[in-house]
Ligand binder design. Sequence first.
Ligand code: PMT
Length: 218
Amino acid sequence: LVPGDLAGYKFLITAGPTREPLDEVRFLSNHSSGRMGYKAAERAIYRGAEVTLVSGPTDLEAPAGCSNYSVEKAEEMHEICSQVFPDMDAAILAAAVSDFKPANFISGKIKKNDRPGLELSLEPNPDILNSLREMKKPGQKIIGFAAEAENILVRGRDKYEKKAPDMLFVNDISAKNTGFKSENNEGYLIGQNFEEKITERSKAMIADILLDRIKELF
Ligand code: PMT
């Protein structure tokens, strides 16, 4: 890799969790720290790319030099990604987007006394990867992630077939030092006619490998 080797390319990168509000104080979410997506943004900027980062709530600071959108709900992430994607060369979708949201938002705070047993009704969120794939123009690339806890290669292949990104990185979220929150990651990069095992290393190094492979796709 050479600094500046991605000059002229525009990347949309999603990161972090989404939050799906249940009432004014509670939400459904997940353990994504945003690290994987932020490292991808940092490395892409270092290598000369123009980066638009769309992030759910995290404790991280957006890397200097990117256009940064902060969102909460999957619907908001979906809206911004759909707006900016037409101008991009690639989308790297590292966010852990909630597949479901509460069907009814309750104003105020749900009181324990009012509802001795609470049943939640959920409805599906839009799938950002699928939407971007449907609007994709020739030459644009989409890189998905998959967070899996067992049989990760088999499940990764299955997700690659179903969601049909150009490449998919499947990572093991049951492992201790990789996946959600950790500094490191490992997994398999799956593409058309290839599978590459990427052994444990920093999320920055994983991001560089992904960027190398995306550059080969361009
Ligand atoms: O943020 P960190 O703590 O660093 O952790 C990194 C990570 C584990 C969150 C990251 O490496 C990762 O695996 N991100 C994707 C997690 C995930 O939720 O995968 P999924 O299998 O649900 O989704 C598959 C792909 O579709 C992903 O690219 C996801 O961004 C996308 N998706 C999912 C649901 C949805 N409604 N819209 C989407 O675009």
